[in-house]
Design a protein around this ligand. Structure first.
Ligand code: THU
Length: 161
């Protein structure tokens, strides 16, 4: 028997203005789009903004429904739009923020969304940087989406390539 340990490396950046200039713009875009979220049931607006390798920026927010499971997270709103329209363009960065979060640390994407980001990362064969921002406070920066989903369900996907 072997005890194994995983280590997750990420940056904690205390203030928004201490992020790289392009990352600040992306976080601001995520904040702006979160304000347009349709989240009357949870009152938990989330925004996600994506920077493409081309420099284009796309954004999305959570879209809820009275049939609760029909709702979609902010991350998948924008990622699925991007992948539907530009399947061959690479994603460089995704910034995520929530407006009404009360936790002391930035909100982190749900398991569904992590799985989606990881598959896009694997398909494009280059890392997607993930920025999690707590409004008015710190950001966490992960250089690759795989970092936040260790043991992602990817074995079959990899073998079929
Ligand atoms: N939500 C997101 O949009 N992204 C996440 O990463 C976590 C949760 C949404 C789903 C739902 O509309 C609301 O936040 C409360 O769970």
């Amino acid at each position: 028997m072997t005890k194994r340990t995983l280590q997750i490396d990420f940056l904690e950046i205390e203030k928004l203005e201490d992020l790289a200039a392009g990352d600040i713009v992306l976080v601001e875009k995520a904040i702006e789009i979160a304000k347009k979220s349709y989240s009357p049931y949870s009152n938990f607006p989330v925004g996600a903004a994506v920077l493409m390798e081309t420099g284009e920026v796309f954004a999305g927010n959570n879209q809820e429904n009275i049939a609760y499971p029909s709702g979609t997270c902010a991350e998948r709103t924008v990622l699925n739009y991007v992948h539907a329209n530009f399947p061959d363009k690479k994603i460089k960065t995704i910034a995520i923020t929530a407006l009404n979060a009360t936790a002391a640390e930035p909100v982190s994407p749900c398991g569904f969304c992590r799985q989606v980001i990881v598959e896009m990362e694997m398909n494009q064969k280059s890392p997607i940087k993930v920025i999690l921002h707590k409004l008015g406070a710190q950001s966490f920066v992960f250089e690759s989406a795989q970092t936040i989903l260790p043991f992602a369900f990817n074995d079959l996907v990899l073998k079929n390539k």
